[in-house]
Structure formats: C-alpha cells, structure tokens
Design a binder for this molecule. Structure first.
Ligand SMILES: NC(=O)c1ccc[n+]([C@@H]2O[C@H](COP(=O)([O-])OP(=O)(O)OC[C@H]3O[C@@H](n4cnc5c(N)ncnc54)[C@H](OP(=O)(O)O)[C@@H]3O)[C@@H](O)[C@H]2O)c1
Length: 341
C-alpha cells in the first residue's frame, strides 16, 4: 500500500495557494482545537479542522466534540456560514483524512465538495477500513488539490505529522485490535523509587499533579491495582483540570485476592465510576475494548506496572521524575512502545 507521502504530492507551486507557513500554522491550530476534546469523542477519534482564505488567513476552526455531533470539517464549515465567510473558503486543513462514508453524520467529502474549497490538506490517513483512501482520492478525482502533511515542505511538518498521528493513535489501535491504547503513568522519586513517604500519597510537584489529571481527562478508563487502592485510597477523579461535561469513566481494579473493600467500590461508584474488579489483566483489556474504551490510563504501584511491562501491554509510558532539588521542576519523559511511528 502506498503511503500518504508518496500518494499525495505538494499541490502545484503555480496554483494559488496560501503560504506553506500558513498551512503549518493551520495544522497547529486544528491540532489545538482537536486536543480540547481528547477523551470526549469515543468511539470516534478527536479531529480538528481549520479553514483558510486564498491569502492564508484563518476563517474558522472546528473540532469533533463528541460522537453523533458534527465532524470537524462540518463544524468549521458551519462556523464560516455563521460568520458570513463561507464564500471566501479556499483551503481546508484537517488533522484526519475526510471521511467518505455515511455514519451517524453525512460524509465530510460531500460537505467539502459543496463548499468553495479548492485545496485540502490532511494530517493522517483514515485508519477506518471502510474509508481508507476513499476521502482523499474522491477529492482528488473531483479536481481539488490534496496534500498530506508529511509532504508539506516546512521544517515543522514532521513534528506536526507526529502530533496528528498521536491524536488518533488510540482510535487506530482500538479499531484495528479491539483493545484500548494503554498509557502508563509512573512517578519516580529522586532515588528512583515509586513509594511515597509514610503518610503521603505523592511526592511530585503541583505541575506534575496537573499533568496527571490531564492524562486522566483524556482517558476513557483508569486501570489500577489492589495495592495502590489499599495504600492510597485514590479518588481517580479529574480535579486539577477541567473535565469533559458528563464524562463517566470505567475504574478497573486488578485484585485477584479480593482485598479491595466494598466501601471503596461503593464510594468510587458514587463518584461516577463504572467499577470493574477483575483478576485477569489480558481479559480485562479485551473487556475494556469491547466497552468502547479507546484509551486507558494505568495508575498503579510497581507490581502491576511490572506485569504490564512484561506482557508488553503498554503503548505509551510517561515517567515523572521528582526533581533532585526542591524548587526545581520534575522531569517528564514520554516513550512510545512502537517508537515514533
Ligand atoms: N509512584 C507511582 O507512580 C505510584 C502509583 C500508584 C501507586 N504507587 C504506590 O505503590 C504502592 C503499592 O504498590 P503495589 O505494587 O502493591 O500496588 P499495585 O501494583 O497497584 O497493585 C498490586 C496488586 O495488583 C494485582 N495485580 C498485579 N499484577 C496483576 C496481574 N498480572 N494480574 C492480576 N492482578 C494483578 C495483585 O493483586 P492480588 O494481590 O490480589 O493478586 C497485586 O497485589 C503504594 O505505596 C502506592 O502509593 C505509586
């Protein structure tokens, strides 16, 4: 199969195009729009879209906010309608290849073809088997100029393409394997240990706490172990970031010996969690996938983290290292199991 790099060239230099920098800036904007809804869109991927006029000026930005709501392209086109700028649309920049099939909403390709857009730039190909290749090819066949972000001659193109890839990585994995994307968050103290001092549940900074809550915000489920529950009585709610309205997560607890008290389970349910106490890690991941979980965040002690590492069940590993000197920021390291894909 051809890649997007080789399939779609940079639109012809002779055509009336907004500047390459404007396209890169529009991708940055579209990625930012989409980021706001990561964790709210399951079973759909988060997507962002920016519309530019022929001079490269931004007319509108839109995002897919949640399932059954407008796709990003439709949201941005609608914003132009409302602002009276629809007729000025020239270039559509979208983080994911426009869809070409009717799902809960009509195909985005139809909406684009019904607009004045003459050029379309997309971040990544749609991994959805029903549409792979369909949207971009149909736009090309209709005479639009179509470019893939990877082919944009801009120094930031590779980083932006990676961000677009990461944006839909959980959706891609879930769609292709039926299992969620697993992000492991691990805090290490200055000597490399995971256990907080007696009487405390954490040793990292306020900024790290905010990061941890942002990771929860983007997850559809939290996975933990009985050891973490018994030691810390963790709430697992999103408190140091603004959570998505009406979001309900699964809280999955690995507990083979039945040590987690029913009072903890009832309190977690009262906080809005769908609590699932399980003994088989592999079966749990399949169960979460079947329940529509695209991304799960692991917040657990060393025993469960070792089991996940040994089984190779993780996709992204985020290590927060406590600063060696008080007052300095913690260091954050992010690693993808598959490399930078
Ligand atoms: N620094 C950090 O990032 C961080 C995060 C969370 C917690 N902690 C700390 O970690 C400490 C607790 O550590 P821990 O290792 O006891 O807790 P844990 O890893 O959260 O939980 C361990 C329990 O999980 C279950 N489990 C582990 N692997 C399993 C597998 N493959 N299949 C099924 N069940 C499995 C086992 O339950 P059974 O015993 O029933 O088999 C095991 O006892 C606490 O002090 C807490 O503060 C640190």
């Amino acid at each position: 199969m051809t890649t997007c790099r080789s399939t779609f060239a940079t639109p012809a230099a002779t055509a009336v195009q907004p500047q390459t920098t404007a396209i890169a800036d529009a991708f940055r904007l579209a990625l930012g729009c989409a980021e706001a809804f990561v964790g709210a869109t399951a079973p759909n991927p988060p997507v962002g879209c920016a519309l530019l006029d022929a001079g490269g000026q931004v007319l509108a930005c839109g995002a897919h906010a949640r399932a059954a709501k407008a796709h990003a392209e439709a949201a941005a086109l609608d914003a132009c309608h409302r602002a009276g700028t629809f007729g000025r649309i020239h270039t559509l920049v979208v983080t994911l290849e426009p869809c070409n099939h009717t799902g809960r909403t009509p195909p985005c390709v139809d909406a684009i073809l019904a607009s004045p857009a003459r050029a379309v730039w997309f971040g990544v190909r749609d991994p959805n088997a029903e549409v792979l290749g369909g949207g971009a090819e149909r736009l090309l066949a209709a005479g639009l100029e179509v470019g893939a972000l990877g082919a944009l001659p801009h120094p930031d193109a590779a980083d932006l393409a990676h961000a677009a890839w990461r944006l839909i990585a959980p959706f891609r994995k879930w769609k292709q394997t039926g299992r969620p994307w697993i992000t492991v968050k691990q805090a290490l103290d200055a000597s490399g240990g995971m256990i907080p001092p007696a009487g405390r549940t954490t040793f990292t900074s306020q900024d790290s706490l905010i990061l941890a809550h942002r990771l929860r915000r983007r997850a559809d489920a939290i996975i933990t172990g009985s050891g973490c529950v018994l030691a810390d009585d963790p709430a697992f709610t999103v408190r140091h970031a603004q959570d998505h309205t009406g979001k309900h997560r699964i809280l999955a607890i690995l507990d083979r010996r039945g040590r987690v008290p029913s009072a903890y389970i009832e309190a977690a349910q009262a906080r809005g969690f769908d609590v699932r106490v399980r003994s088989d890690l592999n079966a749990l991941l399949a169960e979460l996938g079947a329940a529509g979980v695209m991304e799960a965040l692991v917040e657990a002690g060393p025993t469960l983290l070792s089991a996940i590492a040994e089984a190779g069940f993780w996709d992204e590993h985020i290590v927060i290292r406590q600063a060696p000197t008080p007052g300095l920021p913690d260091a954050v390291e992010r690693r993808l199991r598959m490399g930078d894909a």
